[in-house]
Design a protein around this ligand. Structure first.
Ligand code: 5RP
Length: 220
């Protein structure tokens, strides 16, 4: 099974968790795209979705799923999204696709985050994947200097503007052994919109596809 097959398998496993009649939260990325494409056959079960990016919004509409503004809904039962790295207890690095801020917002509005991924994303400790931080453009250098002071090496994602009109710093070399503390620390720096650590909370359920099957793990 190649990586795309595994992404598809993880995405299909998540279809079992859709709550019929309830608004669905939908993430961003190539793994989630497999999930969105399968929603075309489930239009009777999914009245609407809240999307985490312009790209997913377009794809959801193409699948025939109405996309609603988060402000129009009281709550979301499940949020399905991928990750760039995920630990066995559901802590994640996200934002490789640059959608981290809306992903965190939709995840926060949802009762349960279901993380779908192939097994190349599974890690013991986060941090081999450079940590994305979305920043207000005028604060880019300020935040970059703070990342350096923390021991990291920030790289400005050249030519990329988020759906919110902001910039991304991809930060290598950070010690993320205590990822929750790093998330809390970076979150409160002036100019930071969102740090791509998702630990508090992380994923309630991880669906990780390997060559043989999809490993399901529930996290407290
Ligand atoms: C986008 C994300 C994605 O979930 C993450 O980058 C994984 O993407 P893919 O499924 O394409 O590997 O956080 O901001």
């Amino acid at each position: 099974m190649n990586q795309d097959d595994k992404k598809r398998a993880a995405a299909e496993a998540a279809l079992n968790y859709i709550v019929p009649g309830e608004v669905l939260g939908v993430g961003t990325g190539s793994t989630v795209n497999y999930f969105i494409d399968r929603l075309a056959d489930l239009r009777d079960k999914v009245p609407a979705a809240v999307s985490s990016s312009e790209a997913s919004t377009e794809r959801l509409k193409a699948a025939g799923i109405p996309v609603v503004d988060l402000n129009q809904v009281d709550g979301i039962s499940i949020y399905v999204d991928g990750a760039d790295e995920v630990t066995r207890n559901g802590h994640m690095i996200k934002g490789g696709g640059g959608a981290l801020t809306r992903e965190k917002i939709v995840a926060a509005a949802s009762e349960a985050f279901i993380c779908i991924a192939d097994d190349s994303k599974l890690v013991d400790v986060l941090g081999a994947f450079p940590l994305p931080i979305e920043v207000i453009p005028m604060a880019r250098s300020l935040v970059a200097r703070r990342v350096v002071a923390m021991g990291g090496q920030p790289t400005y994602r050249q030519g990329f503007v988020t759906d919110n009109g902001n910039h991304i710093l991809d930060c290598a070399g950070l010690d993320l052994t205590d990822a929750a503390s790093v998330e809390a620390e970076i979150n409160q720096w002036p100019g930071v919109v969102t740090v791509g650590l998702f630990t508090t909370p992380g994923a309630a359920l991880t669906l990780i596809a390997n060559s043989a099957d999809v490993e399901r793990r529930t996290n407290k």
